[in-house]
Design a protein around this ligand. Sequence first.
Ligand code: NAD
Length: 514
Amino acid sequence: MKSLKEPWKVYSPATGEQIYAMHGTDNSQVEEMVQVARSAFTRWSSFTVEERLPYFSSLRNILLKEMGQTVDVISGDAGKVPLDALVADIMPVLDFIRTIEKDAVKNLARQKVKTPILFLGKKSYIEYMPRGVVLVISPWNYPFQLSMVPILSALIAGNSVIAKPSEVTPYVGKYMEELFSKAGFPEGVVQFAHGGKELGQSLVSSKPDYIFFTGSVAAGRKIAAQAAGDLIPVTLELGGKDPMIVCHDANLARAAKGAVWGAFTNSGQVCMSVERLYVDQKVHTSFVEAVCREVNAITQGATKEDDIGSMTYPHQIEIVREHVLDALSKGAILQTGKHPDEWEENSMFLEPMVLTSVNASMKIMNEETFGPVLPIIPFNDETDAVAMANDSMYGLNASVWSADITRAEALASQLVSGAVIINDVIISVANHHLPFGGVKNSGVGRYHGENGWRMFCHEKSVMSDRGKKDSEIQWYPYGGKYTNFVGLLQSYFGDRKKWGSFLRHYLTLLKKSK
Ligand code: NAD
C-alpha cells in the first residue's frame, strides 16, 4: 500500500486496468476514529430499534437503484463475473436488510423469562444491550457480503462500527463507505479504515468492545491472541476444506453440476467451496466423466455471460500452484484443466482443474486451496466416506448427496461441520435464519440465525421485585430458619412436589423475616 500522500491505485485483476485511485487510512488516524465511534455510540445506542430502521430501508433502496454500479465495483475489484457479484454479494445483503426490517424489532426486544416459584413475587427479563464499538475485519473473496452483513448486524443492535475491508479489494471498501453515507447514517456511526494488516493490528490494539473477523486461520489466531490480552470477545469466521459426499443412489447429473458450481464459483475462492469430493466407487468413473463434461462447458471471462472470472489475488495463484504440483508429484492425475507449467505467465485466469488418484498425503486434500481445483476420491462404503470427510483440521461446511433423504440425514449427522447441505452446495449461508460458522480450525462462534441478532449485544439480566415487603426469606436474621429451609427444599425438589408442606414452610419463613 502507498503512503497517505500518494493515491492508492486499484487495478482490476481480470482486465489489468486501473479502475480507481483512493487514499488509505494511516495508523495514526485510528485513535481518533475510535473516539468518534465512541461518541457516535452514545447517540446511536439511545435510538430505539424502530428509530434505526429507516436508515436500513434507505440503504436497501439505494442498493436497488445502484445495483448495476455496485455489480461493476465488486466484479471490477475482485475479478469475479457480474452474476457472482449480483447473486452472492448483493442478493444476501438485500435479503439481510429485509430480514432486519421484518424481524429486528422482535428479536432485539426485551425477552421475558420464567422466574422460579421460590422467588415468589418477582419477574425476570433479558435486555439486549449494544456492546459499544464493534470492529469488523473482512476478506476479499466476497468483499461486499462478508463486510456488510456483520456491519449491519452490529448497527441494528445499536453499536457503532469501524470496518476494515480487505486491502486486496479496497475499491469495494470505499464504495461501501459511500453507500452508508448516502443512506444518511449519522456521522461516526459507521466508519471505514482502508488498509492492510498493520492497520488491522492497530485497530485490534485500539480496544474495541467486540471484534468480528472473517479471514484466514493464521490471521484469526493472531487477532484472537491479541484480543485475549484485553479480554475483548471475538468471533472468528475462518477457512474451510469442505467435503462433498456422493452416494451411489444420488441424482448423478445434479450432483455433477452441483460439484462443478460448488468447486468453481468465484474461481473456487470460497470458504465453503467444495474442496474434497468423495464419491462411491460404484459410480466413480461415470461421475468423474460427468464432472469433466460439465467443466468443459464452463466459460471464463469478465462479461455478464461468463461463468467464471479471474482469480482475485496473485498470492492465491501461488498457493494453488503449490497444491497442484504437490498432488501431481505424488501421483495425482489431471483429468481436465492445465498443468501449472502451462499456465500463462501474469494471467489472473486459472482454468478449472479436476484431479483424480488423489490421497490424504497430498496438500490438495489437507490444506485450504481456495482456488479452482476439484480433487475426487472414491470411497468403499459410507463409514469410509464419513471418516475421510471428518479427517480434516477444518469443519465449516459439507454436503451429502443421495436420493434417500433418511440416509443423507444420517450421514449429515455424523459429519463434524458447522453446516451440512443435502443435495445442494454452499446455499445454507444464504439462509439468514440458519446460524453460520465453523468448528475446529474453521472458526469460533456463529452469526446469522437467532444468535446473529444478539451476538453484538451483551445480555443484561434483570430481576425485579415491586419492593413492598420489608425483607426476604433468605435475608438476615438466619436464626430459627434452618429447619424451615430444609423442609422447603425437601417439599419442592422431591420427585413429587408437596405443595402443602412447601407453603407451610414458606409462610413460616416469611413470618420469621419480618
Ligand atoms: P486474511 O486473513 O489474509 O485477511 C483477512 C482480513 O484480515 C484482511 O482485511 C486483512 O487485512 C486482515 N488482517 C490480516 N492479518 C491481520 C492481523 N494480524 N490483524 C488484523 N487484521 C489482519 O484472509 P484473506 O486472504 O483476506 O481471506 C481468505 C481467507 O478467509 C480464507 O482462509 C477463507 O477461507 C477465509 N474466509 C472465511 C469465511 C468464513 O465465513 N468462514 C468467509 C470468507 C473467507
